[in-house]
Design a protein around this ligand. Structure first.
Ligand SMILES: CC(C)(COP(=O)(O)OP(=O)(O)OC[C@H]1O[C@@H](n2cnc3c(N)ncnc32)[C@H](O)[C@@H]1OP(=O)(O)O)[C@@H](O)C(=O)NCCC(=O)NCCS
Length: 209
């Protein structure tokens, strides 16, 4: 069994903040933006959110699903907000906790993409979760061909991408997935050159590091 985060019994969510992005407990005031984020076409295409997502779905997620999963030590999901305005950027969390490993899951609204908020939120999560839960590995699963997700994982140091056809369950269907791995001691920066397509609208391939 994986370790329980301190305070999980009472749903006491640690606040994590880098001065720009804050991770905090999801609150009812996040419902309208959460519903918009989950109704976005990219969320429907690449995540497991229900289709036709409504504010009722968001209220259930905030008020029931997240607290219950947190207390059970099954999933730990945070709101990622603008530290200055408290506006919700998206959600980020650890799911599929097993042994000393967990998957990172996230969904950010269109207004957050390209701002660096998702990267900052993942860094806060990883810096906290590895020691707090004694994790040895974190995994990243992206539905093929979610290049935005795969590139973010690469920026964070996730490595060794493998493709497993039919590995991801999405609304009852088995869809193809990339899995990437980050060990506790791995650098949180790319260790290989980017091997995906260039950013849309850019001149050519990138070579980092
Ligand atoms: C995945 C997600 C969190 C990434 O957020 P982000 O890092 O702010 O996203 P960006 O739009 O900046 O894209 C990340 C990078 O991928 C690149 N990218 C995006 N789409 C791409 C494509 N089709 N081909 C090649 N590169 C692409 C971007 O140019 C960017 O690279 P850059 O920083 O070098 O310019 C966000 O897109 C999201 O929440 N999407 C909807 C839900 C989802 O896919 N969740 C993840 C499930 S695993």
């Amino acid at each position: 069994m994986p370790a329980l985060l301190a305070g999980a019994e009472h749903y006491d969510v640690p606040v994590l903040d880098d001065g720009t992005v804050r991770l905090r407990r999801l609150e009812p005031r996040d419902v309208p933006q959460l519903a918009l984020n989950c109704a976005d076409p990219a969320a429907a295409e690449f995540t497991t959110v229900p289709l036709g997502y409504t504010e009722d779905d968001a209220r259930w997620y905030v008020g029931q699903f997240v607290p219950e999963a947190w207390r059970a030590g099954r999933e730990y999901n945070w709101a990622a907000v603008d530290a200055a305005t408290d506006r919700l950027w998206g959600t980020v969390g650890l799911n599929a906790l097993r042994g000393t490993t967990a998957d990172v899951g996230l969904n950010f609204g269109p207004h957050a993409r390209g701002t660096g908020a998702a990267e900052a939120a993942c860094r806060l999560l990883l810096d906290h979760a590895f020691p707090a839960l004694g994790l040895t590995y974190a995994y990243w699963m992206a539905k093929v061909p979610n290049w935005a997700s795969r590139k973010l994982a690469w920026k964070l140091g996730f490595r060794s991408p493998v493709r497993i056809d039919g590995f991801m369950e999405q609304r009852g269907a088995s869809v193809d997935a990339w899995i990437l791995t980050l060990a506790a001691g791995d650098p949180r920066t790319p260790t290989t050159a980017w091997d995906g397509p260039p950013a849309p609208g850019s001149a050519g391939p990138e070579r980092r590091p």
